[in-house]
Design a protein around this ligand. Structure first.
Ligand code: F6P
Length: 318
């Protein structure tokens, strides 16, 4: 392997920059040239590619977002577009590709590997929705961002003795809601993996009010959605003033926390080792604090591993 390409794709995640830095510097330390592909698969098909040196990735370890930019590329679902991508890789002399992104980005990497490209996927998404790995790069930073917002909302919620509903990201996966909810002492955590009963929530709000509780924080995952509607329903039933806050894209920004920087470094380095050792159509991940790589098809088929124990613990502690 003489030259590898690296791209970031899909929703950005804090920690992508430390991961790119690790990919570049590990490859260079092994005598491999690195090409940065800008704007994900869109940049690949447009030849938006430039060489990366050690200094290209200086002073980025603390920065949110991705220096390579990112995009969601619907065209990549077409085989002729992917064939064009394969030709571009040949033209630039790229013989291995590291894709940093989430589920959709991995689908793209898998399809490229079916066309003979040596690919390795690196999990970069705040959602933590890739079941084959314990954690994805960006998840912990997003949870910290939510926690910071939750703490602030709790102040005003207590002063006004209100119900506060906080909607967080996660279309199919409630991990951001679960982790931020447990860390922030939320009264209710509503996630796509679990049904909830509005009557029970309202009963607990009324009981809490009667026993002198001054606030009620409900953390709601985007996949369930409808924070404003839920606030109205709760207010109508309980008579307690209820407000919704939708945190939105603030959750994708910010300087990566320690965990995401170290995870990006470890997974980025492992991705290069995987390519050098000739393993392709792989993804890298972390389980029980051990970094590993596995077949991309198996990884994409891994079943959701929602943490039931943590969910039950949150109910006990609230
Ligand atoms: O996949 C990450 C994510 O942040 C999801 O949690 C969210 O639903 C989605 O991206 C938003 O995507 P976009 O920024 O393209 O609207």
């Amino acid at each position: 392997m003489k030259c590898i390409g690296v791209l970031t794709s899909g929703g950005d995640a804090p920690g992508m920059n430390p991961a790119v830095r690790a990919v570049v510097r590990t490859a260079l330390s092994k005598g491999i040239k690195v090409m940065g592909i800008n704007r994900g698969y869109s940049g690949l098909i447009n030849g938006d590619i430039e060489e990366l040196t050690r200094t290209s990735v200086s002073d980025i370890i603390h920065k949110g977002g991705t220096i390579l930019k990112t995009a969601r590329c619907q065209e990549f679902k077409q085989e002729e577009v992917r064939k064009k991508a394969v030709n571009i890789l040949k033209v630039f002399g790229i013989d291995g590709l590291v894709v940093i992104g989430g589920d959709g980005s991995f689908q793209g990497a898998k399809l490229l590997s079916d066309l003979g490209v040596a690919t390795v996927g690196l999990p970069g998404t705040i959602d933590n929705d890739l079941a084959y790995t314990d954690y994805t790069i960006g998840f912990y930073t997003a949870v910290n961002t939510v926690l910071d917002a939750l703490n602030k909302i709790r102040d005003t919620s207590s002063s006004h003795e209100r119900v506060s509903i906080i909607e967080v990201m996660g279309r199919h996966c409630g991990d951001i809601a679960l982790y931020a909810g447990i860390a922030g002492g939320a009264e209710q955590i509503i996630v796509p993996e679990k049904d909830y009963k509005l009557d029970e929530i309202c009963k607990s709000i009324i009981e809490g009010k009667n026993s002198g509780k001054t606030h009620n924080i409900i953390i709601l995952a985007e996949g369930v959605g409808g924070a404003n509607e839920l606030a109205k329903e709760i207010e109508d039933i309980t008579g307690v003033v209820s407000r919704a806050t939708i945190l939105g894209h603030i959750q994708r920004g910010g300087s990566p926390v320690t965990f995401d920087r170290i995870l990006g470094a470890r997974l980025g380095a492992h991705a290069i080792d995987t390519l050098i050792e000739g393993r392709t159509a792989r993804v890298v991940g972390i389980k029980n604090n051990k970094v590993f790589d596995m077949d991309i098809n198996e990884a994409l088929q891994a079943k959701s591993d929602f943490d039931e124990d943590l969910y039950e613990l949150a109910k006990i502690l609230r």
